[in-house]
Design a protein around this ligand. Structure first.
Ligand code: 475
Length: 800
């Protein structure tokens, strides 16, 4: 949009007065932020209104991305950038002696997600809008987001994330579009006199779902999409005197808290309620909109609506859509089923068995009696149809209801026309191993959509210096098409450019060093290699392998304090699920090892370990630009894709990688000489499983380096881990090292030595860094969402 500094200052000062009756000079940061947000809202609101009207009138097909998590982070700079007014507003504020960067920090992160899955959903929201694609979000407006992590005495403590205390300035509450969601009670079918059976209900618990619309502003393209988040409330006409307190509490609880579990399935009743709550509310809103605006019969809804099931948490979309089509719209079963399968599509994000969602049948029956009937009927009809075609073995292994449980992945695959994995290797594993029986039955439904990241947040906003350098070098076209970054390759032998690239990295490291000093009170050497592992804490991601390597370097120094080791700063950012005991022990161990090494005079500052507390999107925006090395060291076959690997690559870090998830595609993009590969391959891992002959204890016994390191965990060498040290030791030896950490150790050490050697040649390193930036184009989520749009949702860009 067009905006002059003068106009902005006028709008801003007026808003401040209107809101707070204060001149700027007396206003606090919070008041200034809220006023600025209101001004920005006044800029996008008319575009939003227009876009909504356009979507209604044009009758274009829209996609709805159902996700129990979103992880947008702060929105101020994102909105400014996408509206094209970042520079104007920054300069105008600066004329008023206000720093935009400081002001942006006032906004709490919108952290209503745990990790990769939620952040991917938010990258998709940004990309859908920025590609002008009509794609909306549907989720829950949790009152408390992902816990705030505090490290106390080396331990993770979890504090509530009360992010809404000052309100969410971007959202619009739409009570007039509230819908009701019901739970429990009894249901029975009665003939309606016209030959069909209609459900009748008794004693149901009613909950009001109120939508809050959040604008998803597209990048310089006058698109504003919608992310709808639902809040649970008590229906106004409910006589609360006849309800018990439990009910009141439970209703409020529904949208109170995000489940802080990442990949670990948590079977609590409230979680199932949350899943149904946002699924039912979202589908009801879609159908109401359809009735009001779409001039086509319901039998054609698949030509206007695509519903995406982001992992299995919204899998109840399948039976709930059936319920609405049959009970409310009067469709026959067969027709409703055909439409449902065409409307739905599903993404799998993990193949870890413990994360495969299942619900006990009686729980679903009690909580959602009508939905339960429909699930049984889906299962019954499918079994009957398929038995003669594929035989009992395949039918049984793929049943939705078996062993007293409802299998949500099975429901999602059977009730949709598309199932995708999130990187090539992961999609192949789904087809060949984990969901192979489904692939045999429905081969045409399976496909791959390699993840991507929104370059606006992960480069333009978080790394303004690098962005400017790129502008000066190849022009601005990359800001609309990340593939343009390949043009940077022309500068790989240009010494001026390479030294400018080095200077940018250095400046980003200095900026991070300041944050580290302020938050951790640790001084780090900005000439050192910044070695970064940022992601959720999980055994399969193998933060421990990184730790064992650090211990090796430490012992090398202890053995010979004059040894020539290139200085390194190891930076960790990671939250552990509150109930994941082992992950929390690893956090404690990292912090104690940090204390030990950071304060050892023999080390003399050559190694520094920094565990940054409360890793979240806004902290990532500081860490990622400053990284030299990106640690992507999961056991091959376990990490579905990874997305921090892409963010770090885009910012010029070199990847230390196993051949897992999207690391493989990163290797293909940058070439073997610009990445460090080590460790078992997926096939080697599976061979171990098949033979069953992995013996970690043998490695511990026979490898003297590892022997010494592992002993340090239980002989007091690493202090203050009397409980955690032996626990970690036992997991790696007695319990046979589930994720082959010891097996991959030697190769990891070898590859880390290569890192050091290459870093000593700054020109060679910088060229490799450039190769990573220049080849990052294909990891834009703009590419990913376009593939979803073309292959799965069949939606087209606005005004296209
Ligand atoms: C993968 N979260 C990454 C990323 O595709 C991948 C599970 C259960 C309950 C709550 N959250 C979860 C995940 O499974 C998850 O975040 N998976 C991640 O999805 C995006 O890049 O490899 O681990």
């Amino acid at each position: 949009m067009e905006l002059t500094k003068e106009q902005f200052i006028q709008d801003f000062e007026k808003t401040l007065t209107d809101k707070y009756a204060k001149p700027l000079i007396q206003a606090g940061q919070q008041e200034i932020f809220q006023s600025l947000a209101d001004v920005v809202k006044s800029y996008y609101a008319p575009i939003w209104q227009e876009d909504l009207a356009y979507k209604d009138e044009s009758q274009k097909k829209q996609a709805y991305y159902f996700s129990i998590e979103f992880l947008p982070g702060q929105m101020l700079k994102s909105n400014l950038l996408n509206l094209g007014i970042m520079d104007t507003v920054r300069e105008a504020l600066s004329d008023l002696n206000v720093s935009l960067d400081e002001l942006a920090e006032v906004e709490p992160d919108m952290a209503i997600g745990n990790g990769g899955l939620g952040r991917l959903a938010s990258c998709f929201m940004d990309s859908l809008a920025s590609k002008g694609l009509p794609g909306n979000g549907n989720g829950i407006r949790y009152r408390y987001g992902l816990f705030k992590q505090k490290i106390i005495d080396g331990y993770q403590c979890e504090l509530p994330d009360s992010w809404l205390d000052n309100g969410n300035p971007w959202e619009v509450r739409r009570p007039e579009q509230a819908v009701e969601v019901t739970f429990g009670g009894e249901v029975w079918l009665e003939d309606d006199g016209k030959g069909s059976l209609k459900p009748h209900y008794r004693d149901q618990e009613r909950v009001l779902a109120v939508p809050y619309d959040n604008p998803m502003v597209g990048y310089e393209n006058s698109t504003v999409n919608n992310m709808c988040l639902w809040r649970s409330e008590i229906p106004e006409d409910l006589d609360v005197r006849f309800q018990n307190l439990d009910y009141m509490n439970q209703t409020a609880q529904l949208s109170a808290e995000l489940y802080p579990d990442d990949s670990n399935y948590d079977g609590r009743l409230l979680r199932l309620k949350q899943e149904y709550f946002f699924v039912s509310a979202g589908l009801q809103r879609i159908l109401k909109h359809y009735k009001k605006h779409i001039k086509a019969p319901i039998s054609q809804i698949h030509e206007y609506v695509a519903v995406h099931i982001n992992d299995t948490h919204p899998a109840l979309c399948v039976p709930e859509f059936m319920r609405l089509l049959i009970d409310d719209w009067g469709l026959a079963w067969e027709q409703a089923w055909e439409i449902t399968v065409k409307v739905m599509s599903y993404t799998n994000h993990t193949i870890l068995p413990e994360a495969m969602e299942k619900w006990p049948e009686d729980m679903v029956q009690n909580l959602l009696p009508r939905v339960y009937q429909i699930i049984l009927e889906i299962d019954r009809r499918r079994t009957k149809d398929l038995l003669p075609k594929v035989g009992p073995t395949l039918v049984h292994s793929t049943r939705i209801v078996k062993d007293g449980q409802i299998h949500m992945a099975h429901l999602s695959i059977i009730g949709s026309h598309s199932t995708n994995g999130v990187a090539k290797l992961h999609s192949d594993l789904i087809k060949d191993v984990v969901l192979h029986d489904f692939y045999t039955i429905y081969p045409e439904r399976f496909n791959n959509k390699t993840n991507g990241i929104a370059e606006r947040r992960w480069l333009q906003i978080s790394n303004e210096k690098l962005s400017s350098l790129i502008d000066e070098t190849i022009g601005r076209a990359w800001r609309h098409d990340l593939n343009e970054l390949v043009l940077l390759k022309n500068y790989k032998d240009n010494p001026d450019f390479l030294s400018q690239l080095q200077a940018v990295k250095k400046a980003d490291k200095v900026r991070l060093a300041e944050v580290i000093k302020e938050r951790n009170d640790i001084e780090v050497n900005t000439e050192a290699i910044f070695d970064v592992q940022v992601k959720r804490l999980h055994a399969y991601k193998r933060q421990l392998l990184n730790v064992l390597h650090i211990m090796k370097l430490y012992f090398d120094i202890k053995d010979d304090p004059s040894i020539d080791i290139y200085p390194r700063v190891f930076i960790f950012g990671s939250k552990a699920a509150p109930g994941y005991h082992y992950a929390k022990s690893i956090i404690k161990a990292i912090n104690e090892i940090a204390n030990l090494i950071n304060n050892d005079t023999d080390v003399a500052g050559r190694l520094k370990i920094v565990f940054m507390e409360n890793y979240n999107v806004s902290l990532a925006e500081y860490i990622i630009p400053a990284a030299d090395v990106s640690e992507q060291i999961s056991l091959a076959s376990k990490e579905a894709s990874g997305t921090s690997n892409m963010k770090l690559m885009l910012n010029g870090a070199l990847t230390m990688a196993t051949l897992d998830g999207a690391n493989i595609e990163i290797k293909d993009a940058v070439g073997d000489e610009n990445i460090f590969i080590f460790g078992l391959t997926k096939d080697e891992v599976y061979d171990y499983y098949a033979r069953g002959d992995y013996n970690a204890h043998d490695i511990y016994k026979s490898n003297p380096v590892l022997n010494r390191i592992l002993n340090a965990f239980r002989d007091g060498t690493i202090p203050n881990i009397a409980n955690e040290g032996p626990e970690i030791f036992a997991s790696l030896t007695t319990y046979n090292d589930e994720y082959f950490v010891l097996r991959d150790f030697d190769d990891y050490v070898r590859a880390q030595a290569e890192v050091e050697a290459l870093y000593r040649d700054q020109t060679a390193w910088t060229k490799a860094s450039l190769a990573n930036i220049a080849n990052a184009g294909r990891f834009s989520s703009d590419r990913t969402v376009q593939e979803y749009a073309d292959d799965i949702w069949y939606i087209k860009a606005n005004k296209a």
